[in-house]
Design a protein around this ligand. Structure first.
Ligand code: ADP
Ligand code: ZN
Length: 593
């Protein structure tokens, strides 16, 4: 039988999607494979098809029981013999499957990594004829990814024990760093690398500052999504229940789903959702990984996810059938504080800083006014044009934009001329002709870019730097050193026009020094909001509110309304340390006003 015949007979598809055939052919040619393709792109077919043209069994490593179960069920329904081995089965069932395997009656075997690495089981596998291994959700191998799993790390053993057996690894989300890590950890031999575009053209992506608890915004959003399926993500178990309850009181059927529920209850909700009996599930991130429901029409986040990887995967659950679907992210300053405190609580490892960096990227994305699709793609080292119509930033017409192409080129040029060895503050020093000792020591007052950027304030340059980071024109190296990407080089050469929301740049203008006033003239409403934020921070950190900031500081904040770090440092009771800890959260709140 030919590939196309199998595609039609077993899978019911009339043709391959882009990139699928390339991977199928590589597997048939016994090559190692590393495929990165967004959720819904059709990765499973890439290994399920070739095994039917090959002798032996394919062993698929997958992290989630539910996921394996769905795959096995779907395969069996297509007349393909598949089985799974998990800790959930009785010994009898396992023995049954093992003897079928020995008899060569199973084409695809799904196993959890911990099961696979069991010495007894490895010995058993050596008696079988395995055509190739599949590592699903391969990003779990990498500590630089967002879902590292200890057992996945052990998979490096496969190439030792089965040096002749090819490995095909698949994931939906991997930056270049993670991609390299996967290849190295699995010890892939010159793998066929296939990277699909991350652009999901049927998804409309929006992010807004959350107003209070966001419930009014949620209701407004749901108005245009009546009778369609969706997932609403919240941060805590308690929230899933209160939001589900809130929706029910508004006559909208919604079920809560979180890790604290009984297995039975979780299964019931999951099943009802997949079978279209419940339209809305309000969930923590425990819900949805590997969910095989193609008609999810919307995904809402009621607070900020901790990484762009998580976010992209979660919104990716919408619209797998290719039909238009909508996503909405609501976030606020409090989320940042909360996420930071979660990270703070982690043990001290090199990955802690990494977690902070990932959160920073997420915050930048949320605040950005660049094309959302383009920003996501840039984060994953994928370069695409602005979508023009599928995100809030591209469709916002009333936004006034200013051309910062020249400024961008100046900044990029300074990065380049100083050897791509410095952080943004230093680069700005050079641009603005600073007499800082370090600049003089490095003789950077002698280079052509010295002092060519005096028309912008330090803060404006920082904003321009952020913008270039969002666009993927620069990237951060070790020690937060700024480097040019290939796209940055193009910008430097003048090949692209760079624009920024006017408001974003003017807001940061070196503001005239404000008069120092206490108490006489402050915004009482703002004071209340600041107090709420303070209470939240205090609670998260387990300290009394006045330790965070005194009332005097809050009053001064609500009078001066600082919009930059510099201005903030002029506020009563805020020094560098306090600023480091809480400044950003308050700044974001003030900027939301
Ligand atoms: P992924 O694992 O990449 O998230 P899946 O393998 O679950 O994606 O496939 C997503 C959907 O696309 C499934 O419903 C699948 O049946 C469908 N699909 C996959 N390949 C094709 C194809 N060649 N033609 C049409 N539909 C396809
Ligand atoms: Zn866009």
């Amino acid at each position: 039988m030919s590939k196309l015949q199998i595609l039609e007979d077993y899978f019911g598809h009339s043709g391959f999607r882009p990139l699928q055939e390339e991977v199928v052919d590589a597997i048939l040619a016994q090559q190692d494979v590393l495929m990165i393709l967004p959720t819904g792109g059709g990765k499973s077919l890439c290994y399920q098809l070739p095994t039917l043209l090959m002798d032996g069994v394919t062993v698929v490593v997958s992290p989630l029981l539910a996921l394996m179960h769905d795959q096995v069920t779907a395969l069996k329904a297509n007349g393909i013999s598949a089985a799974m081995l998990s800790s959930m089965q009785t010994q009898e069932e396992s023995h049954q499957i093992e003897s079928e395997l020995k008899a060569g009656r199973i084409k695809l075997l799904y196993v959890a990594p911990e099961r696979l690495l069991n010495p007894y089981f490895l010995g058993f596998l050596e008696q079988l004829s395995i055509n190739f291994f599949v590592i699903d959700e391969a990003h779990c191998v990498s500590e630089w990814g967002h879902e590292f799993r200890e057992h996945y790390r052990g998979l490096s053993l496969l190439k030792e024990r089965f040096p002749q057996t090819p490995i095909a690894a698949f994931t939906a989300t991997a930056t270049k760093v993670v991609e390299e890590d996967i290849a190295a950890n699995l010890r892939l031999h010159a793998p066929k690398r296939v990277r699909g575009s991350l652009f999901r053209s049927n998804l409309t992506v929006q992010a807004q500052h959350r107003i209070k608890d966001g419930r009014d915004q949620l209701l407004e959003f749901l108005k245009s999504h009546q009778n369609s399926a969706g997932i609403i993500y919240t941060l805590s178990r308690k929230q899933t229940e209160s939001v589900a309850h809130f929706l029910q009181t508004k006559g909208i059927e919604a079920h809560a789903y979180h890790a604290g529920l009984s297995t039975e209850e979780k299964n019931r909700t999951y099943k009802a959702f997949v079978e279209d009996k419940v339209q809305i599930v309000v969930a923590t991130i425990a819900f949805g990984m590997g969910i095989d429901k193609s008609n999810i029409r919307f995904v809402v986040h009621l607070s900020l996810p901790k990484t762009l990887e998580n976010y992209y995967q979660e919104i990716g659950r919408a619209g797998r059938d290719g039909l238009d679907s909508e996503t909405l992210l609501l976030f606020s300053a409090q989320d940042i504080v909360q996420q930071k405190s979660f990270i703070e609580a982690l043990p001290d490892t090199p990955y802690k800083q990494h977690a902070f960096d990932k959160l920073d990227a997420m915050v930048r994305f949320a605040n950005s006014e660049s094309c959302r699709h383009q920003s996501i793609a840039a984060y994953f080292d994928d370069r695409i044009e602005a979508c023009g119509e599928k995100c809030d930033n591209c469709t916002a017409t009333e936004i006034q934009r200013v051309d910062i192409t020249e400024a961008s080129r100046k900044l990029l040029s300074s990065i380049y001329r100083t050897g791509q060895n410095f952080g943004l503050h230093y680069i700005i020093d050079v641009l603005r002709g600073s007499r800082e000792q370090r600049v003089l020591q490095n003789a950077h007052d002698k280079i052509t870019v010295y002092g060519i950027g005096e028309e912008f304030s330090r803060n404006q340059w920082l904003t321009i730097g952020d913008k270039l980071l969002e666009l993927g024109a620069v990237e951060l190296g070790e020690f937060k050193v700024y480097r040019l990407t290939p796209f940055g080089v193009e910008v430097l050469k003048g090949a692209h026009t760079i624009e920024i929301k006017k408001e974003r740049l003017s807001m940061q203008k070196a503001a005239p020094k404000r008069r120092v006033t206490f108490f006489d003239d402050y915004d009482a409403e703002l004071f209340d909001k600041l107090r709420d934020l303070r209470a939240e921070i205090a609670e998260v950190n387990g300290i009394p509110p006045y330790i965070v900031f005194s009332d005097k500081t809050l009053k001064d904040l609500s009078a001066k309304k600082p919009v930059s770090k510099e201005e903030m440092l002029e506020v009563h009771g805020i020094g560098e340390v306090k600023y480091e800890r809480y400044g950003e959260a308050f700044l974001t709140l003030l900027q939301e006003q």
